[in-house]
Design a protein around this ligand. Structure first.
Ligand code: THG
Length: 290
């Protein structure tokens, strides 16, 4: 029997639980300037209209957590990250996933954030383990562990399982419990490698069987460079949920994505009386009529 592990994250006012017995916890990916020229320009000029709009829309669509990334080339990332946390926290009440590779930005954000944050991310690389995990412990946060190490992205499932184990063990050594670790099995583009999707799905199954941990993936990555991305993202998400994915980083504003997640939850027996599906359907009907 695979273990059920519950991860809890929170904002000032709201707690979110992540587990395979609960509906999928969507981590909204939109507040990320990577590849969004218009958002990059706004953030550089100190304009936050798109951020506010995207934050509100993602939560309305069903995001349980919002990923916040301030990686604008040439900008002061530590300062911008604090600003984004402040602004998103003012217009929504969901917990945040702090997405940065900059240790100084991370520490500032953890100091500033009110609640139990989810940090995105640590890897199995030696220097990352030694800089990020102590901050997770100090601030009582939860963390996403990417299955990458000093040798790069592993080519086999076994190696991904091994790196996940290394992160979990190192965390345990400094007193971070396993429920505060969410493993990311790395969804890469199927446009550049047609085996990347299957690899990620098999890795989810293996990691869940081995450690029982909660699992995330940046699910929109799988469709880079292929037409009709929404359909691909939706099918991949539904299958990944069957394999044990509990908190995808994705875009709930894409209707096919949201429908796939809700239908997968219902099919997995995690939507009592189909009430979440029916609520979504009614909202959609109302919107179509207005
Ligand atoms: N794992 C973890 N964190 C991650 C990723 C991951 N964070 C970043 C990324 N991958 C997940 N977030 C996104 C955000 C946007 C897109 C994909 C993944 C995306 N953007 C459109 C594009 O580039 O074509 C542009 C957006 C727009 O203009 O609307 O697809 O794997 N832990």
């Amino acid at each position: 029997m695979t273990q059920i592990i519950t991860t809890t994250v929170s904002s000032k006012d709201k707690e979110v639980k992540i587990s395979r017995e609960l509906p999928t916890a969507i981590i909204g990916e939109r507040i990320n300037p990577t590849g969004r020229k218009k958002l990059q320009k706004e953030l550089k000029e100190g304009i936050f209209d798109t951020v506010k709009k995207d934050a509100i829309a993602q939560v309305e669509a069903g995001a349980a957590i919002l990923d916040v990334n301030a990686g604008v080339p040439g900008a002061d990332e530590p300062a911008l990250l604090l600003k984004l946390i402040e602004i998103v926290g003012a217009v929504t009440d969901v917990p945040l996933c702090i997405d940065t590779a900059n240790p100084r930005a991370l520490e500032g954000a953890l100091k500033f954030y009110k609640g139990k944050a989810l940090v995105n991310s640590v890897t199995g690389e030696k220097d990352k383990l030694e800089t990020v995990l102590p901050l997770i412990k100090q601030y009582g946060a939860a963390v996403i562990g990417l299955t990458i190490d000093d040798d790069g992205i592993p080519k086999t499932i076994d190696k991904r399982v091994e790196i996940a184990g290394k992160i979990i063990n190192r965390a345990a050594q400094i007193g971070i419990p396993i429920e505060d670790i969410i493993i990311d099995t790395l969804a890469m583009s199927m446009g550049s490698d047609d085996q990347a999707g299957k690899m990620a799905l098999d890795a989810v199954t293996a990691i869940v069987e081995t450690y029982g941990v909660n699992v995330t993936m940046g699910c929109s990555n799988v469709s880079f460079g292929i037409p009709d991305r929404e359909s691909i993202n939706g099918a991949f998400l539904a299958m990944a949920i069957r394999c044990g994915l509990t908190c995808p980083i994705t875009n709930p504003l894409q209707e096919e994505v949201l429908k796939a997640i809700l239908a997968a939850d219902l099919s997995m027996g995690r939507d009592e009386y189909a009430s979440r599906w029916i609520t979504f359907y009614r909202k959609r009907m109302k919107k179509l009529k207005s």
